[in-house]
Design a binder for this molecule. Structure first.
Ligand code: C5P
Length: 398
């Protein structure tokens, strides 16, 4: 982490005192911090103590002429490698989730082009309120990263989730996000995972059994070897890997748009089981059974092929990897798919057993040199071995 810089936004919560310890821990690791103190934050820690610990002046006013003359809010939000909000109050979360920019902290959050890591801290009932849940879901969808909150006794005397993560947990999360160690440091990875859902009417959809486990494991493994990793995920029920930028989508067309928006990237791994078709008409209301029991016909139309579109498009990553989930002629089909789609590697797996949803996988890697058969292993092991192979290839070509 040495040499990196953090923009720390300190919100108004009793946990703000822990942000002082966070700054000290970061300084001890050679990380420079600039801090924005919200008006409410300044009720809990003094600008003087933050300034003494960061060794920098503290920013708190959006309309301060001297602040803007020295470093404007846009530059402030972009000059750091990462923006950390600790404590992230319900108010700051709500502002960012809704794009409000009526003070320096919220304006910097809106203007930044860097990852944002939030360490929420609030009363348990606030944390569990419908609006905070909604805002958190929106922020996660927008790619904001979270650390904590933890469970325990709170300053207000109540118990439950809402306690801000301890400073050392936040340091560990920052370390993961910056991923400065590892052979892919400085490179970017884009991974897709899970199924897509194609609506038929407001209550029905077409989908498949993909659990997302393999794609999530690959994203986590790439992050661990240092790649700044974005994971575009269809609807799954597994927890996002910490330190990976997650964006959730539903349909194939949303997945394509999210991938295109996330480019450029050095490597693309398309592990998602994208629906090949979608209903050509989505009914606005639930399709009812008819009295004469005529079964409705659902006409399908083709979805865009995301892998082929990106592999043959102007922003093609240096290494494009697709999956081939097959039930018959696994390797032959994968070889043909590699050529047809324009991918560099195809990872073929036989999904006639319980691979979809299971924890293990047996894959064959098809590339320009032929095929490599990997033994049966866990999906995490496939992820780690694949990340190592990707690192070797990208670094070898650099
Ligand atoms: O053609 P098939 O679905 O077997 O190809 C599998 C590979 O292509 C996977 O990597 C999958 O993520 C990708 N794919 C895609 N867009 C589609 C269908 C599949 O990117 N519409």
């Amino acid at each position: 982490m040495r040499g990196k810089s953090i923009l720390l936004i300190v919100g108004g919560g009793i946990a703000a005192y822990k942000s002082l310890e966070l700054v000290r821990a970061l300084a001890a690791r050679g990380v420079k911090t600039r801090a924005i103190l919200t008006k409410a934050g300044a009720e809990f820690v003094t600008p003087l103590s933050l300034s003494a610990l960061t060794g920098n002046k503290i920013y708190f006013d959006l309309f301060s002429l001297t602040d803007e003359a020295e470093m404007g809010h846009v530059q402030l939000s972009r000059s750091a490698d990462l923006v950390v909000v600790a404590p992230a109050t319900a108010d700051l979360m709500a502002k960012m989730a809704n794009g409000l920019a009526n003070d320096l902290a919220s304006t910097a959050l809106l203007a930044t082009d860097k990852n944002v890591l939030m360490a929420p801290a609030m009363n348990v009932r606030m944390w569990e309120s419908a609006s905070v849940k909604r805002n958190r879901a929106q922020l996660e969808k927008d790619g904001v990263l979270f650390v904590g909150p933890g469970d325990g006794e709170m300053a207000c005397g109540e118990f439950g989730p809402g306690r801000m993560a301890e400073p050392m947990e936040i340091v560990a999360a920052i370390e993961r996000v910056l991923s400065v160690a590892g052979p892919l440091a400085g490179l970017t990875a884009l991974v897709t995972a899970g199924p897509t859902r194609e609506p038929v009417d407001p209550v029905r959809f077409l989908a498949n059994h993909s659990s997302g486990k393999q794609g999530y494991a690959i994203a986590e493994a790439l992050m661990r070897v240092g790649a700044a990793t974005t994971l575009i995920s269809g609807p799954v029920s597994i927890a996002p890997p910490e330190g990976v930028k997650l964006q959730r989508v539903t349909t194939a067309r949303e997945m394509l748009a999210a991938c295109e928006a996330a480019l450029p990237a050095d490597v693309l791994v398309m592990a998602a089981a994208v629906s090949d078709w979608r209903p050509d008409i989505i009914a606005n209301s639930k399709i009812k059974k008819s009295v004469d029991r005529v079964v409705p016909l659902i006409k399908l139309m083709e979805n865009p092929d995301i892998l082929a579109t990106i592999a043959q498009g102007p922003k093609r990553p240096r290494l494009v990897i697709g999956f081939a989930a097959e039930t018959d002629d696994v390797v032959d089909n994968a070889v043909a798919k590699r050529a047809r789609k324009g991918a560099d590697w195809i990872i073929a797996n036989d999904v006639s057993g319980d691979v979809m949803g299971g924890d293990r996988n047996r894959v064959h890697i098809i590339d320009q040199n032929g095929r490599e058969d990997w033994p049966d292993m866990t999906k995490s092991e496939v992820g780690a071995r694949l990340a190592a192979r990707i690192a070797e290839t990208l670094k070898g070509a650099a």
